[in-house]
Design a protein around this ligand. Sequence first.
Ligand code: NAD
Length: 308
Amino acid sequence: MKILITELIWKEGIEELINNGFQVDYDENLWSNREELLRKINNYDGLIVRNQTIVDQELMAAGLQLKVIGRLGVGLDNIDTKSAKKMGIPVVYAKNANATSVAEYVMMAMLSVSRPLHLADYDVRKGNWDRKTYTGMELAGKTLGLIGLGEISHRVAKRAKSFGMKVIGYDPFIADYDHIVSETGVQIKELTDLLAECDFISLHVPLTASTKYLISETELQSMKVSSYIINTSRGGIINELDLEAALTNGSIAGAFLDVLEEEPIHQSNKLLTCSNAVITPHIAGLTEESQIRTSLLVAKEVAKVMKN
Ligand code: NAD
């Protein structure tokens, strides 16, 4: 049986598939050539993608032998899961495999505000010795708000708590008795209260109809002027035009954006002109460890479905 991989995968995953007796065709750029993908898909029993291949009804219908779709990560917004279900094609993904990496990215974002060592080092190398400007602040005692209280937030909450932060959260699907509350002590709040109280807000929701533009002008205006927003979830959860306005007029202090509505970012995106925005190329979940875990987990899950 043949498996097509259309985006970046670590070699451990490919080896796992080959060891299971599958023929693997790997082209990490195929996601960007829709016509070729539509032409080829009919020859494959399994498809493995990351977040850029659009797996819609048309593609699945063209893949007449398709038995399984593997997603190298979490966040299934590039896959039409309803159509997959109707067509009887299971979608497997790397649940939790990169959650620790994303949580560490969030801690790094907050620490780079409280202790901007890289900026101080740059300044020293320019010939300065400015101790006043680089007086930091402590994360201890600051309030972190987590929007979406799933696996990533769980790990962020644990880490932030160990730094002495107060952690509050908003998630309409989580109750006070859920394990994230008992294990991390996160306090559940309404969104409006959370927005007004926090020094840092970090988004950890999937992109769905109900989370699209969850953070727009009204929400940004409700935040403290000294606060920072961190988005590692998906572009489209923050309204980028409203965010650019909030960053420019000083309604909030800054933003960390790992994900954008259009990826790669378009050079005309005004967020690039905001010096108080830190923009990274969708790398929050990308570490050596998480990618080995992700590729192995998805390869094993795909193999399991195909052997059934
Ligand atoms: P998860 O499924 O464990 O948790 C998501 C949480 O969001 C759930 O508790 C759910 O109840 C909550 N939620 C859903 N709709 C909501 C709403 N309208 N308001 C508030 N809460 C809502 O997911 P996770 O593993 O924590 O990942 C979260 C997201 O992070 C993923 O969907 C993915 O898009 C993104 N992600 C990004 C990267 C990266 O590299 N940047 C890596 C991994 C995951």
